[in-house]
Design a protein around this ligand. Structure first.
Ligand code: PLP
Length: 428
């Protein structure tokens, strides 16, 4: 008789070869009508989800360590979020917050703004996505400073619309054939304050022309690079010295994922503008560009959108923040430590797997050919092998595998994920 494992109830459960017949039929229909531009790495078709699990139409049960790319902070189909959406849908689905008022928009914004660091009162501009939050920050920064230029960092990802793409410097494929972009963006190596002061300011980018510096506290798509000690503090100093706005992109790192509401809090720095999206709408499209109230000196009509602050998304987002308040920051911190410890042990066991890097439940390991040289193809094969054993993962950067389970993840889920990793990290 097979011994019962501690992870048995938590482990993925596969019933068919992947993809199964029902999944294959959907993949075939999808291929005909959906743009090939999307970045799907393996053929997972989702039928339904619950907590940290998703099922495909063939009845296969997968353990989800992607959280829908850092969106599903409470996992799938959390009953209280489902209820909040249903209740709001029964009252009204849309009325355009750009032209009218409704309480759930104010209630969500009050709750969200209260989580953001800094003593002064905050105001937010609500969007439907991360890239729109960045666009709003670009426009506000230019509007209030009357300066044209921006600084961002190599490896950064701020979105794919033309303004945010002008900042993004993560992968060439994201920019190829899309020029001309905004011309007034300069890039510096992530973590290199001297480059900004001694090279950019002296040679190409006079500080008095710079409206804003955009930075991720942990570079997400760029490979989960955590800001080196002193970097964000140094940016704050540079911005203060030159009247530049510091814009922190917390679209992937925010709302509790790192064990604090916002990853920038690990440094103690107060940004001028904080951009967020992904988890803030509880799975529905919602983002925000948040600043101290005094900064938003732009008149009615200077910026607006039809769907930003959609009532369903605000209701789901409000419930999400309330649920996170109920102890999930501490869980993210505790489970993040457990996850990092497990990944550390696996890195010792397997050649070419580097120790984990990240904060809280935002962790990654690099797959390396040799020190400093990423093995992109092997990384992709490992992520695919994990899928074939029922663990959903995503890559990031050139050779990293990222781990971003829901914030309410339990020890059993992490043990079960580590079991699968133990079986696939040896993939050549
Ligand atoms: N900024 C960061 C740090 C992100 O990770 C992303 C998306 O992955 C974006 C911006 C863009 O967000 P969206 O895809 O919602 O436009």
């Amino acid at each position: 008789m097979k011994a019962k494992l501690a992870t048995d109830g938590f482990a993925p459960l596969l019933k068919t070869p992947l993809p199964g017949p029902k999944s294959r039929a959907i993949l075939e229909r999808d291929r005909k009508v959906i743009s090939p531009a999307y970045t799907r790495g393996y053929p997972l078709v989702i039928d339904r989800g619950e907590g940290s699990y998703v099922w495909d139409p063939d009845g296969n049960k997968f353990l989800d360590f992607t959280a829908g790319v850092a969106v599903n902070a409470l996992g799938h189909a959390h009953p209280e979020i489902v209820k909040a959406i249903a209740e709001q849908a029964g009252r009204f689905v849309h009325m355009a917050g750009t032209d009218f008022y409704y309480e759930v928009m104010a209630a969500f914004a009050e709750k969200l703004c209260a989580t953001v660091p800094g003593d002064s009162p905050k105001q937010c501009f609500l969007t439907n996505s991360g890239t729109e939050a960045i666009e709003a920050a670009i426009k506000l920064a230019r509007y209030v400073t009357r300066r044209p230029r921006m600084i961002a960092f190599f490896g950064c990802f701020h979105g794919r619309s033309m303004g945010s793409l002008s900042l993004t410097a993560s992968k060439a494929v994201q920019r190829r054939h899309f020029s001309p972009l905004l011309g007034d963006v300069s890039h510096a190596p992530y973590g290199d304050l001297e480059f900004i002061e001694k090279v950019l300011f002296k040679r190409t980018t006079p500080p008095e022309d710079v409206a804003a510096i955009f930075v991720e506290p942990v570079q997400g798509e760029g490979g989960y690079n955590v800001a080196p000690p002193g970097f964000l503090e140094g940016l704050r100093r540079i911005c203060d010295e030159h009247g530049i706005l510091l814009v922190v992109d917390e679209i992937q790192t925010g709302l509790g994922r790192t064990g604090k509401w916002w990853a920038v809090e690990h440094s103690g720095v107060t940004p001028d503008i904080l951009c967020c999206a992904k988890p803030v709408g509880g799975g529905l499209p919602l983002g925000a560009m948040i600043s101290r109230a005094g900064l938003q000196k732009w008149p009615s009509g200077a910026h607006a959108n039809t769907f930003g602050g959609n009532p369903l998304a605000c209701a789901a987002g409000l419930k999400t923040i309330e649920l996170i308040e109920g102890g999930l920051l501490a869980n993210a911190e505790r489970m993040g430590r457990l996850l990092a410890t497990k990944l550390q042990a696996l890195a010792i066991r397997f050649d070419g797997i580097a120790p984990p890097h990240g904060l809280g439940l935002l962790q990654a390991v690099d797959v390396l050919k040799k020190p400093g040289v990423f093995d992109t193809e092997r990384r992709n094969r490992i992520v695919d092998a994990a899928f074939r054993k029922g663990l959903l993962l995503l890559g990031c950067g050139e050779g990293a595998i990222r781990f971003l389970p829901a914030l309410n993840v339990e020890k059993g889920h992490i043990d079960a994920a580590a079991d699968v990793l133990g079986a696939v990290l040896g993939t050549p």
